[in-house]
Design a protein around this ligand. Structure first.
Ligand SMILES: O=C(O)CCC(=O)C(=O)O
Length: 332
């Protein structure tokens, strides 16, 4: 856990060096007032002792294969170690779009057998990643562990921070080396690590201009176009100014990822696979708008304006010249 992971970052790390500076995300006890203050101010923090998923710390690939039941699980397959999210619904908006991963449905047992076979054969040609919202199709042993999550602590945080309802819990079971490329979500997230270690890189919403998100109509909406491993500075010059945070989570740790914070996630070399569950909440309700607007509010505004223009013009190709006409020579 915390100590183990601090000692051995180099063992866990894929030894990639990045072109931009990263500060450490603070690691604090959930009883530390500073931690509560950080959550209130929408700042990321790794919480070490929430006991949020203490009831699930015995979960492993074999345990889940034996107990989770015969329901179907969504598994992504990728030719590389990257699993860039795309929206099925938006695929038809971009004619030349080719999904970077293949989506499959399979029983957990079959997924576990496939993962083990790949590990045994050291088959790096193709990686797999299970990502499935936990639902009531799981068997009763898992339901029991789920019911015993520390819901009291979660509800307290939800109330303190004025968040909306819990929307879903995503179960993630990944192979070491898997990377979820840098993106943001429109929800608050308590990300709980159960098995193995993950490294997070986080970027404040004010890094928007350095991360060049895809347009909102694109299947990769909310994803950055910048490849953090090898940024193309000719195409994305502001990426040179990128600064962020990093941290490693191990079993029992909970990372608070505030809404609109960019994040990239890597499963580290450790136990062969990683198991995590996240807790996504609707955003806090705002009674009174205060100026200047926060970077989060500006991102929300950008999305809404972009959506409105797209809807009115009904053709993404008309958007760039329309936006230029609005700005160039008038606001420049
Ligand atoms: O763990 C991962 O690979 C991705 C998790 C993530 O992006 C999230 O919980 O928002």
């Amino acid at each position: 856990m915390a100590t183990e992971e601090n000692q051995s970052e180099s063992r866990l790390s894929s030894a990639t060096s990045y072109a931009f500076p990263l500060k450490d995300i603070p690691r604090l006890s959930c009883n530390d007032r500073k931690a509560l203050e950080m959550i209130r101010k929408s700042e990321p923090v790794i919480l070490t002792d929430t006991n949020l998923v203490a009831s699930a710390l015995h979960w492993s690939l074999d345990y889940l294969a034996d107990h989770i039941g015969d329901g179907n699980f969504t598994v992504y397959k990728s030719d590389s170690h990257k699993f860039k999210y795309y929206s099925d619904k938006k695929c038809k908006m971009v004619k030349e779009f080719r999904p970077p991963t293949v989506q499959m449905e399979m029983k957990f047992k079959d997924f576990a057998a496939l993962l083990k076979r790949k590990q045994k054969e050291r088959d790096c040609s193709e990686k797999i990643y299970l990502q499935q919202a936990l639902n009531d199709s799981v068997e009763k042993t898992i339901v029991y562990d789920f019911v015993n999550f520390n819901w009291a602590w979660l509800t307290e945080q939800q109330t303190l921070n004025n968040w909306g309802p819990l929307t879903s819990n995503l179960l993630l079971v990944g192979m070491e080396g898997n990377v979820t490329p840098v993106h943001y979500d429109e929800q608050e997230n308590f990300f709980a690590q159960i098995y193995g270690h993950k490294r997070f890189k986080l970027f404040h919403p004010d890094q928007y201009k350095n991360l060049y998100p895809y347009p909102v109509y694109h299947p990769h909406d909310r994803q950055s176009q910048v490849n953090l491993d090898c940024p193309d500075f000719d195409k994305f010059p502001n990426a040179r100014n990128l600064t962020g945070y990093q941290g490693i989570v191990g079993p029992g740790d909970v990372l608070y990822i505030p809404m609109y914070w960019w994040h990239e996630v890597e499963s580290l070399k450790d136990k062969g696979e990683t198991i995590s569950v996240n807790f996504w909440y609707m955003s806090r309700s705002v009674d009174k708008v205060e100026h200047p607007l926060s970077a989060q509010q500006k991102m929300a505004m950008t999305r809404n304006i972009e959506k409105m223009i797209l809807q009115a013009l009904d053709d993404p190709e008309e958007v760039p010249s329309f936006m230029q006409m609005l700005v160039l020579g008038r606001y420049t």
